[in-house]
Design a protein around this ligand. Structure first.
Ligand SMILES: Nc1ncnc2c1ncn2[C@@H]1O[C@H](COP(=O)(O)OP(=O)(O)O)[C@@H](O)[C@H]1O
Ligand SMILES: [Mg+2]
Length: 308
């Protein structure tokens, strides 16, 4: 069966101009995202994994239209976002949402829960008050809070509860696509499972598609059906999560999986610098087995072995 593709990027690149040290210096550029081609299927949780600074958020923001692309294409539900008219692009954007890493920073502390959760519907301007109240109540219950919480300020809640509020808010306009950018990284470990379960439950109820960003493979393993491993702005491995976990092909993926790499923290980053896999070239993605692509050349004989 052909997969139902919600979002597709082709050869997507984002380049940032760097500050010049002196006025005579030639301007240098940073390639944050480089030639990324991915397909995200409707209704799935697609994982994007990689160390801090590898380009995950920049990629995701480009799919949301929040970051300008330097090259390539983003196609959302059949619409080429780069070529879409203003009105089409705006309407498409209403079908997309984002859940941030830090819920406290993503919620206005002077808002009550009701104000925070209902805001997307109020801004939209096409709903009447009763409808807004009804859906806000419904949504706040769906994420595991009570109606009595609607009057309290968002700042009165714990991190985990604030993330529930942020998830309720993201779901208000019944989006097709939500970028979850490290949605549990800033939260206490004790609430990770609850928030992940909530995201999965909301997906079951609404059919929403997630692009789930994480530097934590254990988290991704729990909830993603397919994933891409990003490294230095490129995709080094891509495909069915089960296949990648069972048979990692690129040495970078192997290093991640073997937990040689504690990811995400600054010290980890430093420690990673001189490692061998950093020098491994990242080539074109080629299909190594069904639904499993790797950027050649991966490390030596291993690919041959797995190809048999
Ligand atoms: N607006 C920007 N201007 C310049 N450089 C940026 C900007 N946003 C991100 N970068 C750089 O692009 C790279 C990728 O960043 P990012 O996408 O945030 O990575 P990740 O989400 O994987 O941690 C980093 O080197 C970062 O410093
Ligand atoms: Mg990021």
């Amino acid at each position: 069966m052909k997969p139902d593709i919600l979002l597709e990027t082709k050869d997507l690149s984002v380049v940032f101009p760097l500050k010049k040290e002196t006025m005579f210096e030639k301007r240098k550029y940073l390639r944050a995202v480089s030639g990324v081609s991915l397909e995200i299927h409707r209704g799935e949780t697609f994982g994007l994994v990689g160390e801090s600074g590898c380009g995950k958020s920049t990629f995701a923001n480009t799919t949301l239209g929040l970051q300008k692309m330097s090259g390539g294409t983003v196609i959302f539900d059949g619409l080429d976002l780069g070529k879409a008219g203003k009105k089409e692009a705006r309407e498409t954007r209403l079908r997309m949402q984002k859940v941030f890493q830090d819920p406290a920073a993503s919620l206005n502390p002077r808002f009550t829960v009701f104000q925070a959760v209902s805001e997307p519907m109020r801004i939209r301007g096409t709903f009447d008050r009763e409808e807004i109240r009804e859906r806000t109540r419904e949504m706040i219950r769906a994420v595991g809070l009570g109606e009595e919480d609607l009057k309290r300020y968002t700042s009165e809640f714990s991190g985990g509860q604030q993330q529930r509020i942020a998830i309720a808010r993201a779901l208000m306009l019944r989006p097709d696509y939500i970028v979850c950018d490290e949605p549990v990284s800033a939260l206490d470990v004790s609430v990770h499972a609850q928030i992940l379960n909530l995201l999965m439950e909301m997906q079951r109820q609404t059919g929403v598609t997630y692009l789930f960003i994480s530097h934590n493979l254990a988290v991704v393993r729990r909830i993603c059906s397919r994933l891409a491993i990003m490294y230095g702005g490129r995709i080094v491995e891509y495909g069915d999560a089960d296949r990648i976990f069972a048979n990692p092909l690129h040495s970078y993926t192997k290093a991640l999986l073997s937990a040689e790499l504690p990811l995400g923290k600054e010290e980890a980053r430093e420690r990673m610098q001189p490692e061998e896999y950093r020098k491994e070239p990242v080539g074109e993605l080629t299909e190594a087995e069904e639904n499993h692509w790797v950027a050649r050349p991966p490390d030596g004989g291993d690919l041959k072995k797995s190809e048999k």
